[in-house]
Ligand binder design. Structure first.
Ligand SMILES: [Zn+2]
Ligand SMILES: [Zn+2]
Length: 309
């Protein structure tokens, strides 16, 4: 049973009536409100594009950190490689070099692309901090809708980038420099690709009309899912094992190996509907590697950079 109440919104950016939904016990709603109040108290700091860019970068690094630890621990305890999708162990020096190179590229992209993009976006749109937190139901619905919308448009853009050679060469190829993915590679892409993904994420929340708290949760989940897609591990507690509608790391790793399918970032339904689903879990890594080597040889002989089919 729910009780609805209308409370006058006394946010600084304009007074709007708002409907707040409370559960019978109220605890989750109170928790959300307490969290939102804590965030609102920092609204001056959180409104700065410099803070939000720095936070986004740090969140990405924090989500990647456990996988860096697994990569390092894999050289001490080889049992960890059983969960590695590619099963190809590299020397620790090569592994750390790969992480460092990628870190420098991603940091540079944040400085030269994400930060200016965020400054421009914040100038165009004044961040709002309404008085009330969303209800748990509202937060869940808005975040799910954003994920589905982002996934659908990303699928179409990604498909186009692999089908149109010019788009692949100018926008998407830098992301495919990592044939064997690792967590940090989630944001290793060209300026055009990172900007378009940033606009797509922001545009999805705008199209759904999200509460700012739902927007923040969506960006957090979006970052986490991108990291998990690229982590290179098929761990027993991974999201795609709990919820089969998610593709997860094996699904996206197959895309980086074979290029011709699994274009959706998170869910599997678009690839299943459009016939581009790769049965990643049934295809052993060696098969992917063999296929990719043949493709590379063919590509060399054709003198082309595009690997689309
Ligand atoms: Zn990728
Ligand atoms: Zn791709």
């Amino acid at each position: 049973m729910y009780v609805y109440r209308m409370i006058k919104n006394n946010s600084s950016d304009g007074a709007i009536g708002s409907c707040q939904q409370h559960g019978a016990l109220g605890e989750p709603v109170l928790l959300l409100q307490a969290l939102w109040d804590a965030l609102r108290s920092q609204q001056e700091v959180l409104s700065s594009p410099y803070t939000t860019t720095l936070l986004a970068f740090l969140v990405h690094l924090v989500f990647c950190a456990p996988y860096l630890a697994l990569d390092v621990l894999g050289h001490i305890s080889p049992g960890i490689h059983l969960y590695s999708i590619s099963r190809s162990a590299q020397p620790l020096r090569v592994c750390l070099r790969r992480w460092l190179d990628c870190f420098l590229r991603v940091a540079m992209r944040y400085l030269t692309t994400i930060l200016p993009g965020t400054v421009l976006y914040q100038r165009m749109r004044n961040p709002s901090f309404p008085y009330l937190a969303p209800s748990c139901h509202q937060l869940f619905v808005e975040v799910t809708a954003c994920l589905l919308l982002f996934d659908a448009i990303f699928f179409m853009l990604h498909y186009a980038m692999h089908r149109v050679p010019w788009l692949y060469r100018t926008v998407h190829r830098p992301h495919h420099r990592n044939q064997v993915t690792f967590a940090l590679a989630a944001q290793d892409g060209s300026v055009a690709e990172l900007l378009s993904l940033q606009m797509l994420a922001v545009g999805s929340t705008w199209a759904i009309g999200c509460h700012p708290m739902s927007e923040a949760v969506f960006h957090l989940i979006n970052t986490w899912l991108a990291v998990e897609d690229h982590c290179g591990y098929d761990l027993p507690w991974a999201l795609h094992r709990l919820l089969p509608c998610f593709g997860g790391a094996p699904f996206h790793q197959a895309h980086h190996h074979v290029y011709r399918g699994n274009f959706a970032p998170y869910f599997t339904h678009w690839d299943l509907l459009c016939g581009t689903y790769l049965y990643a879990r049934e295809e052993p890594a060696r098969k992917h590697e063999g296929r990719t080597m043949r493709r590379r040889r063919r590509k060399k002989s054709l003198g082309s950079d595009c690997v689309c089919e």
